[in-house]
Design a protein around this ligand. Structure first.
Ligand SMILES: [Zn+2]
Length: 332
């Protein structure tokens, strides 16, 4: 694991960004934000339950004059393991309370109940061979994942959350996952955006155990929802702090309109399933071909394409029908 970003960075009065290492090759770091709150701390996101991350977090809290026992509460933006599982691990030792968006309940139920059947979607998307390979991966991580996950203490709904020193607006922003929430501190002009708005990458859409019907439609609505608030300093879960939530939301909305156009053009050129369409599109900022992606990213890319196709159906530009277990799209 190569990681070069240890430290504690004050990003606003009483708010510190703590980057923690991740084992993936794509995302190097997840940011935990430590908020001064009375004589303790509230943490937004927790990191992935890994020894290297725990050591880095303990060192960072130590630099702030605190230990794990001073963390009063974890406010977690979504159920993905790089955000949620360290909170569960620390709760077992310190009893720290964990809050998670109420919309994550169906996905957490599936994880805890060992009903990880997301690979079935791949057959619907026209990629049964990917489904077989992906099932093996899901089953191999299944037991470890089960150990890392437990229910939160509190399910978050849209509300104003009064901490000792500040009020955080809890805003459900479904899309990246169905129960994703962001936290706004409007008085201090801060948006703790989780993975909803990231400065350098476009978050994956609907990669979760209980995928909703129209994850990209939800995501675009959630981007517009955040755009309706004042322009705020962006404190993302991956990447650096940047100055304008509006500027990045506008870029993300434009990006997805471009992708929708490219997706529609691919169907016009004769593709039928999400898998066939994904193979015609460029991927990542470097425009790699689908074949160049590893299995995990092929699965993401296929699901991403299905999300775009379903929005095009919702907009009346495509129609869909099920043919031999797979959804096939055609121009209306
Ligand atoms: Zn993440």
């Amino acid at each position: 694991m190569e990681w070069t970003e240890p430290g504690v960075f004050e990003v606003a009065p009483g708010v510190h960004r703590i980057p923690l290492p991740l084992p993936n090759d794509g995302l190097h770091t997840v940011n935990v934000y430590a908020l001064d709150d009375g004589d303790g701390l509230v943490l937004i996101d927790s990191g992935w339950a890994l020894e290297a991350g725990e050591t880095a977090l303990e060192t960072a809290l130590g630099a702030l004059g605190h230990g794990f026992e001073d963390v009063r509460r974890f406010l977690v933006t979504h159920v993905h393991r790089d955000h949620y599982t360290m909170a569960v691990a620390l709760r077992r030792r310190f009893g720290t309370k964990i809050a998670l968006g109420a919309g994550e309940q169906p996905s957490l139920d599936r994880i805890v109940g060992r009903r990880r059947d997301g690979f079935r979607d791949l057959a619907t998307w026209g990629a049964p061979h990917l489904a077989d390979r992906w099932r093996a991966v899901v089953e191999s991580v299944g037991e470890a994942e089960l150990r890392d996950y437990e229910e939160p203490d509190e399910w978050l709904h849209e509300s104003d959350l009064a901490l000792e020193k500040r009020v955080l607006r809890v805003l459900p922003t479904p899309g990246h996952t169905r129960g994703h929430v962001v936290f706004l501190d409007v008085e201090s002009s801060l948006l703790f955006s989780g993975d909803h708005v990231l400065p350098h990458i476009t978050p994956s859409i609907g990669f979760e155990p209980a995928r909703p019907a129209l994850p990209l439609g939800d995501y675009l609505d959630s981007l517009r929802l955040v755009r309706d608030y004042p322009d705020l300093r962006l404190l993302p879960a991956h990447g650096p702090v940047t100055e304008s939530s509006h500027a990045r939301v506008d870029e993300l909305l434009a990006h997805h309109e471009d992708r929708l156009t490219a997706t529609l053009d691919a169907v016009r050129a004769g593709t039928g399933t999400a898998f066939e369409t994904a193979r015609k599109l460029g991927w990542t900022r470097r425009h790699r071909t689908f074949a160049e992606l590893d299995l995990f990213n092929q699965v993401l890319a296929t699901g991403e394409t299905a999300a775009h196709l379903d929005v095009l159906v919702h907009r009346g530009l495509l129609t869909s029908e099920v043919d031999d277990g797979a959804v096939r799209y055609s121009v209306s």
